[in-house]
Ligand binder design. Structure first.
Ligand code: SF4
Length: 422
């Protein structure tokens, strides 16, 4: 099998992993070696089904000893298998980089022999890139659950970002759908990466030239819709990951049926793309809007409302908090007003230090007045002429555009301007 055939197979095998994104780090070349890692990140492309992927996003091999129910590469599937030698993949990456096809590498792998053996092969590839070719571009490497800390250490010193895929957010679903993986085998490398990164930040303060460990942090992916977990469980898990392991991102991947398996939803089931989109919006609220998962959802309402973005849904359930007077409300309260984003809230706080705000000025603060006007007063004046009853308000706030945008494209929050819940 020639290199291009391997690339076609192993690129296709990697496409269901959504946990790659822009690099988030800036590291200029300084005249030595080849390439730069830039905040703009690795380049992306859109696949036919609308997924945003990096141009060189490959598996080292799609041979796998594991048999995860939801995965096209599982051991029990009769598919064409291929494997790169570390030298082949390093050469290919450099050839693509020099042709300007790519700006970085996203490397994952099926599990061959053991997590440690697989990781050693990945490390050999990265050592060639960083050592032989002095490749300075962005590298995102997958850490295989169950890999020992010594190898995670080596991987983290070579890669910019590491991710350990969680896939299922409860031990019972993991046991049912990925029986060779355990919650502990996933949590241990995550824990190690988090504490090693913390120690590395201290080292870098003391020694400016200390080697950086996974400077773009760690991320993970949760598959949505393959198992019975409700949105409340998924968001609570994400919140815990952000808090305990300081993850940069949790990616949500709508389950796409590729296997016939009695443990999974039927193959004819459409991927839950709108649910995935709402989870990304809710995740944004957890990270930047000071919301907690148990505020957005509870046991009476364990799933996100598909018709409303999660912030509007919260506001409609808490109309007693409104209207908010823009001249008095603190920053956290402003963030809870639909239509007011982080930057708008900051601008409002800064502007009102100098004078009392008036309704006519609000356009300058980039508010989405179409939504905010129902929830604010400014200098005692209501934003809207009259506040309709909750049911009418629900109709007015319904995210019709978001619902229209669903099929057949998967939405990636950072890729479509204006879909963040503000
Ligand atoms: S470990 Fe599971 S998810 Fe990963 S490649 Fe193997 S079968 Fe697929």
């Amino acid at each position: 099998m020639d290199l291009m055939q391997k690339l076609a197979i192993l690129g296709e095998s990697a496409r269901y992993d959504v946990s790659c994104s822009t690099s988030g780090i800036d590291r200029p070349n300084q005249g030595k070696g080849v390439g730069n890692a830039s905040v703009g990140g690795i380049c992306h492309t859109w696949t036919e089904d609308g997924r945003c992927v990096s141009l060189l996003k490959v598996l080292l091999t799609n041979h796998c000893d594991y048999d995860c129910a939801y995965c096209a590469n599982r051991r029990s599937n009769d598919i064409v298998r291929a494997a790169f030698q570390p030298e082949e993949l390093a050469d290919l990456t450099m050839a693509f980089y020099r042709r300007n096809y790519i700006e970085g590498l996203f490397l994952s792998s099926g599990v061959v022999q053991s997590p440690d053996h697989t990781t050693e092969l990945m490390i050999r590839t990265l050592l060639l890139l960083r050592g032989r070719y002095h490749f300075n571009g962005y590298i995102h490497a997958k850490a295989i659950p169950g890999t020992g800390p010594d190898l995670i250490e080596k991987l983290g010193l070579l890669a910019d970002r590491i991710s350990v895929n969680m896939e299922q957010c409860t031990a019972s679903s993991l046991q049912a759908l990925a029986p060779q993986k355990t919650a502990q085998a996933i949590a241990r490398p995550m824990q190690f990466i988090a504490s090693r990164r913390q120690a590395n930040q201290d080292e870098l303060v003391r020694y400016r030239h200390a080697p950086a460990f996974a400077p773009a942090g760690q991320s993970t992916q949760i598959i949505v819709g393959a198992s019975p977990e409700r949105d409340l469980q998924i968001l609570s898990s994400a919140q815990k990951l952000y808090r305990d392991y300081h993850l940069k991102r949790v990616y949500y991947s709508a389950y796409i049926p590729v296997n016939q398996d009695s443990r999974l939803p039927a193959l004819s089931q459409p991927p839950p793309l709108l649910r995935e989109h709402r989870l990304y919006q809710a995740d944004w609220l957890l990270r930047f809007y000071h919301f907690r998962s148990d505020e957005l959802l509870d046991h009476h309402q364990p799933d996100l409302d598909l018709e409303l973005d999660p912030k509007c849904a919260w506001a409609l359930r808490h109309l007693e908090y409104y209207p908010v007077e823009l001249n008095r409300a603190d920053y956290e309260t402003l963030l809870r007003v639909p239509g007011i984003g982080v930057r708008s809230a900051q601008k409002i706080i800064a502007a009102r230090r100098g004078h009392r705000l008036r309704l006519e000025e609000l356009k300058a603060f980039n508010l989405t007045l179409r939504r905010a006007s129902w929830f604010i007063t400014c200098d005692g004046q209501y934003g809207a002429a009259r506040v309709p009853p909750a049911e009418s308000l629900r109709f007015l706030l319904a995210d019709k555009a978001g619902m229209r945008r669903q099929s057949p494209l998967q939405l990636q929050m950072e890729d479509i301007p204006g879909v963040y819940p503000v």
